[in-house]
Design a protein around this ligand. Structure first.
Ligand code: BF8
Length: 678
């Protein structure tokens, strides 16, 4: 019988729209697994991005839902605004007020995520300093001694007219106490703000944006954006600036430093990246999230002979650990544990059918993991008291630093026991790439510092002579509204092709690793002649992996070191540098973007910015903030134009510094040189 029109319509309505794998991602491994998921009838974020469209008003930043008279929606009129902007909510809130409130609430979300992560590390640090736990010990005393003075903690004492080194345990305890106080001290300002170049610190002081403590600035955002409080977009963003600075130069920087002291400061090492790192004949344990406090212990336990033997007893050849998101970056940079996936590939790791356990902590964890895990044998284990899931197949093993080893052993054993329960065929893609990771402020100094001066002298010299045109910080997430990794890779390749060295963190770093850009060999293939020469001489990749998203603080400090080394101005905003997040999606990215801008960096985002519905506020974020801090926000969706906006800014700064001519000379060919010599 012929299908009726009604039945046809109903059938069409029911059939979910599916993503075209080749349109969804540039990564072949991901394309294969998206297709596999579709064959198995399992939806992934790529399919959901096709079937659910984003709200047009929300993306403009002009939907106000902070009270129950709304949501008040203030989209831009189709023909734009001619004359006065008369749009207002029920209370009279303008589009600028609404967009600014939403924007700084995103900063509050992002800053609190980074900073609460930092607090958790500080608590573990405190336990280690008090010797309350066997699992954690102060590992890097050199870094402890380097960070202590920035917190006002003395590393020497005067005794009998002599200067003596203080006891390291005493220093650790005092550092722990002072650091913990940074979250909630009743008066003063964040101590790390003085680590910035003096000119920048003075600017912040003059503007009145020095954060008082980390928590207060976030709470004040929630207060100011409550119904009927702050109704001036300039004043609102000023508070956003305080909170963002409290993130970058506070919570995140403390997280990075304390993690380095506890777990070791990263130095370059070799590893691999992409889903091809999983092994069919091994127990695959994937750790995912952000805080390294559990994953650090898991690494040790999974590599212990006891557990490897146990895995062999159960029929596996060994244990393969892999990471997703920033937990991946943390254990990669300190232990060389391979990276399995970026943010958007998390469901795909389970779709391989070979993921025996996925252990998650906090941030960037999709709730749909539980639904995908249900279709396979995968044990999905949540470990953090603030991050549970409602689905009943999720196991919660709450991790506590006081019984860290027992928790880690339980998790690893459970994963091994699950190896024999694999139900379906395993499909692990072949793709994986070699990566060199583990760079930081200290190792850049080692590789690109002066032999005698021990500073960033050689890096500066190469910038001044034009071999390196400038420095870009390219960071941030994936976003399912744009082709996975496409923006990341195009932006980075265009930058290095134009002799701009790239510092990377977060999911951009993972994308670059998957593309093979984190190897010294990539320089000869992808870089302009100046950068290629430097990379070859020094033996570094043109894209330096600086770690997780809290490690964006390493970029701030690297920029500060460049200022200190001299010859390139007196402030971060004088440097030929630019920032970028080509595929951002999280509130943390907005907080990071804003602390970069307020630290003097021209910062370009891809995809979208939630300010389009309030052009006056948007312009304030770019042009007006530049007048105050020297940094500005920008949006550019096209990756090549995006990179060229950054390069244009770098060239503008070179010109202001009077070093633009040097670069022209460097790029002269042999004939030009001979003509010059003649
Ligand atoms: O903190 S880059 S998707 S993993 S938020 Fe998340 Fe974004 Fe990845 Fe690291 Ni950062």
């Amino acid at each position: 019988m012929a299908e009726t029109k009604k039945a046809k319509v109903a059938k069409k309505a029911k059939a979910p729209k599916l993503a075209d794998p080749k349109e969804a991602t540039i990564d072949v491994a991901s394309q294969q697994l998206i297709a596999r998921a579709q064959e198995l009838g399992i939806d992934t974020v790529f399919d959901r991005a096709v079937s659910m469209k984003p709200c047009n008003i929300g993306t403009q930043g002009t939907c106000c839902k902070i009270c129950s008279m709304g949501p008040c929606r203030l989209p831009l009129p189709k023909d734009g605004i001619d004359g006065d902007d008369t749009r207002k909510g029920l209370c009279g809130a303008t589009a600028n007020t609404i967009a600014a409130r939403n924007f700084i609430r995103m900063i509050a979300g992002g800053a609190s995520a980074h900073s609460d992560h930092g607090r958790c590390v500080a608590e573990v640090f405190m336990s280690a300093a008090r010797k309350e736990t066997e699992a954690y010990k102060i590992k890097d005393t050199e870094k402890l001694i380097a960070m202590a003075p920035h917190l006002g903690v003395a590393v020497t004492i005067e005794e009998d007219g002599e200067t003596k080194d203080r006891d390291i345990d005493e220093i650790a305890l005092e550092v722990a106490e002072v650091a913990m106080a940074e979250w909630g001290k009743p008066e003063g300002e964040l101590l790390y703000m003085k680590r910035a170049p003096e000119a920048l610190y003075d600017k912040w002081q003059k503007q009145g944006v020095l954060p008082r403590n980390i928590d207060r600035e976030i709470v004040e955002i929630m207060h100011r954006t409550h119904m009927g409080v702050d109704q001036d977009y300039k004043n609102l963003i000023k508070q956003g600036t305080r909170a963002a600075l409290a993130d970058g130069w506070g919570g995140s920087m403390l997280a990075t430093d304390l993690q380095d002291v506890l777990f070791g400061t990263p130095y370059p090492l070799q590893s691999e990246a992409n889903l091809g790192i999983m092994k069919e004949d091994h127990v695959n344990i994937i750790v995912h999230g952000h805080e390294p406090v559990l994953s650090e212990i898991l690494v040790g336990v999974a590599q212990s002979q006891e557990m490897v033997d146990y895995a062999k007893e159960k029929g596996a050849k060994g244990i393969q650990l892999g990471g997703i998101c920033c937990t991946a970056n943390e254990i990669l940079q300190r232990h060389g544990i391979p990276t399995a996936a970026t943010f958007l590939q998390q469901e795909l790791a389970i779709i391989t059918g070979a993921c025996d356990a996925m252990v998650v902590d906090i941030q960037c964890i999709m709730q749909n993991l539980a639904n995908v895990a249900k279709c396979f044998h995968t044990k999905l284990i949540t470990t953090h008291p603030i991050a549970k899931m409602e689905q009943d197949n999720v196991i919660h093993i709450e991790f506590d630093e006081h019984h860290a080893l027992e928790d880690a052993k339980r998790i690893v054993k459970m994963s091994i026991d699950n190896f024999q329960n694999r139900k379906s065929d395993v499909m692990i893609p072949e793709q994986k790439a070699t990566q060199i990771a583990g760079f930081g402020v200290e190792s850049i100094q080692y590789h690109l510092g002066g032999t005698f001066r021990g500073t960033y002298y050689t890096l500066n010299d190469n910038i001044i002579n034009g071999r390196i045109r400038g420095i870009a910080g390219v960071v941030g997430c994936n976003n399912a509204r744009t082709k996975h990794n496409d923006g990341h890779i195009k932006v980075v390749k265009e930058l290095i092709k134009n002799d701009v060295i790239v510092l990377t963190t977060g999911c951009n770093a993972i994308a670059c690793a998957m593309e093979g850009l984190l190897t010294p060999e990539a320089a000869a293939v992808h870089c302009g002649p100046g950068l290629a020469e430097v990379c070859e001489v020094v033996g570094i990749p043109p894209v330096l992996h600086l770690g997780s998203c809290v490690d964006n603080s390493r970029i701030l400090l690297a920029a500060t070191e460049v200022v200190k080394a001299g010859g390139l101005g007196t402030d971060i905003c004088d440097l030929p540098v630019a920032g970028s997040a080509p595929e951002w999606m999280s509130e943390k990215a907005i907080s990071i973007g804003h602390y970069f801008v307020a630290s003097g960096v021209y910062t370009v985002f891809g995809v979208t910015l939630p300010t389009a519905g309030a052009p006056v506020f948007h312009n304030y974020l770019s042009d007006e903030l530049e007048k105050i801090y020297g940094g500005k926000w920008d949006l550019e969706v096209d990756p090549i134009k995006h990179a060229h906006k950054m390069i244009a800014h770098i060239d503008k700064k070179r010109k202001e510094l009077g070093i633009d001519k040097a670069r022209e000379r460097v790029l002269m060919d042999m004939a030009d040189r001979q003509a010059l010599e003649a």
